[in-house]
Design a protein around this ligand. Structure first.
Ligand code: AMP
Length: 213
């Protein structure tokens, strides 16, 4: 079987994490989320986690050298041999080039398109599980029991970077640094854009179609 190396591209709040988790079940390949890896590093108090903290809390990109080391290590693990879904990486052209320089061939990039005002609504109400990373929303997708993850029973919380000021900073960073990747992968013929505004289920089906599965 040909390795499936996929990227979910899109602004913060587009649904990359939620949709990636569903794809993991469908495709049997892992989700590699640099945001989750960085948060895990912070929780464990690793050097890298400590170095990343200030950037993350300000909504800025963590320096490429740190993120690339993290990705390199994760992609070298056994479960990533048959492929993976990259979520939140690459986030700028230097990171995309680093993948290409390592001869990592990306089969498909799905760009999840969602307008800014919808992103702000989604991010400001988002709650995330501390244990399994599952994502909820206080209005659109609340947990059955407030503060408790439906999936694993862990505690849900509001990410520090999901507050109004930091959301604006993240959207600015996305526009300046990540959005150019739409053209980058478009030129390489692997990009498909999917409308990320509909029902979760409809968006998921559109993603499967874009992946030509
Ligand atoms: P996310 O969970 O993908 O929204 O990421 C949360 C934060 O982690 C971002 O705002 C960045 O500070 C940092 N981060 C995640 N992925 C990357 C990346 N590929 N490059 C640089 N910083 C990242």
């Amino acid at each position: 079987m040909k390795a499936k190396r996929l990227i979910l591209l899109g602004p913060p709040g587009a649904g990359k994490g939620t949709q990636s988790q569903r794809l993991v079940d469908e495709l049997g390949i892992p989700q590699v989320s640099t945001g989750d890896l960085l948060r895990a590093g912070r929780k464990a108090g690793t050097d890298l986690g400590n170095q990343a903290k200030a950037y993350m809390d300000a909504g800025k990109l963590v320096p490429d050298s740190l993120v690339l080391a993290l990705v390199e290590e994760r992609l070298g693990e056994k479960d990533a041999r048959e492929g993976y879904i990259l979520d939140g990486f690459p986030r700028n052209e230097a990171q995309a080039k680093a993948l290409a320089d390592r001869s990592i061939e990306i089969e498909r990039v799905v760009n999840l398109a969602v307008p800014d005002e919808e992103l702000v609504r989604r991010l400001s109400g988002r709650r995330v599980c501390r244990d399994c990373g599952a994502s909820f929303h206080v209005d659109f997708h609340p947990t059955k029991v407030e503060g408790t993850c439906d999936r694993c029973g862990g505690e849900t919380y509001q990410r520090k970077d999901d507050t109004a000021e930091v959301i604006q900073s993240r959207l600015g960073v996305y526009g300046e640094q990540t959005q150019p990747l739409i053209a980058y992968y478009g030129e390489r013929g692997v990009l498909r854009t999917v409308d990320g505004t509909g029902e979760m289920e409809a968006v998921y089906r559109a993603i499967l179609e874009a992946l030509e599965l």
